[in-house]
Ligand binder design. Sequence first.
Ligand code: PLP
Length: 406
Amino acid sequence: MQSKDLVQLAEQFGSPLYVYDAEKIQSQYSRLTKAFSKVEKLRINYAMKALSNVAILQLLKEMGSGLDTVSIQEVLLGLHAGYEPEKIFYTPNGVSLEEIEEVNAMGVQINIDNLSILEQFGTKHPNVPVCIRINPHVMAGGNANISVGHIDSKFGISVHQLPHLVRIVENTKMNIVGIHMHTGSDILDIEVFLYAAEILFDAARNFKNLEFLDFGSGFKVPYKKDDIETDIEELGKKLSKRFNAFCTEYGKELTLIFEPGKFLVSEAGFFLAKVNVVKQTTSTVFAGIDSGFNHLIRPMFYGSQHHIENISHPKGKERFYSVVGYICETDTFANNRKIAEIKEGDILSFRNAGAYCFSMASNYNSRYKPAEVLWMNGEGHLIRAHETFEDILKNQIMLPSALATV
Ligand SMILES: *Cc1c(COP(=O)(O)O)cnc(C)c1O
């Protein structure tokens, strides 16, 4: 979609605003399925924590996607969006046995990532088909917070604990139907991914009733010009070949599952904010926008780079700016960034605002969360209304007057 469309949407729906390009989500989905077209049974489960608006879930469902969920509330949203329970996968970490049982009762595929719960669940429900999350301990991921496969990670059951795991499965007579891994975000090196896949195959050889292997996600997307991204086509070629060979060895056509979040929605998203103030100090020029880390926390949380453009005046002379928010705490979106000359009132557009942006937004400083718009067939569809003061007050309970006057 084009900058002039974004400017028009900011005028129509106000700022700050999240906009998602449906076509980009669809083309990323197709790219992934095409890269793995040699695999007979392929399934994509969209990791909905990246962007969980029900309209986005509907769009992906239309394309044939399943869902990867990490909480019972995400499962409920998925069901609400019309997904069959069989199309929903539940991969929690550190949740209670009760929540896992509740989700299982809804007919959703559960994935267990620690031996304690595995033993308790298996003893109570030996016949339920269960997937287990392995930690292959390969170092991947662009940042310590998003790298989840390494040795000190809290995620998954260590491959070094496989003998113990197998003993639990034999003792409880559990039905293990899948093996899962998710090594973290931002995988650059395909060889590392393939190496982790071999560890998954090794683990799989311990189980006789498998139906699928789930390779998680972690595909890196480009954030700036000339940025490197995971070569999906190359990964598709190499992993498909290995996967098909493994199926032959195993004696059964297994389903290959991926659970991408970022890959499907990151580049489809634009965050639009208006410049309230241009402030010249002795050291820099600040562009202060009508937003903050309450709406987009990734730069402050992960140090991630979101490309920023002045879409109101894209042709202006480029100057250096520090783009900051209005939160009463330092909330810098970008330092010393070259942007076409900014005037107060201009709309700035942040790229890669589809994944982990709105879904991490909060009401900090008692601000409203932004509205969300889906751009589809050349038209903007409102998929989340602006909040109002009612939303801020909702669930808050005033003290009774007798107490308040003490
Ligand atoms: C977050 C998550 C994903 C998605 O990761 P992306 O980097 O957004 O693709 C997939 N699987 C699990 C289990 C996750 O927790």
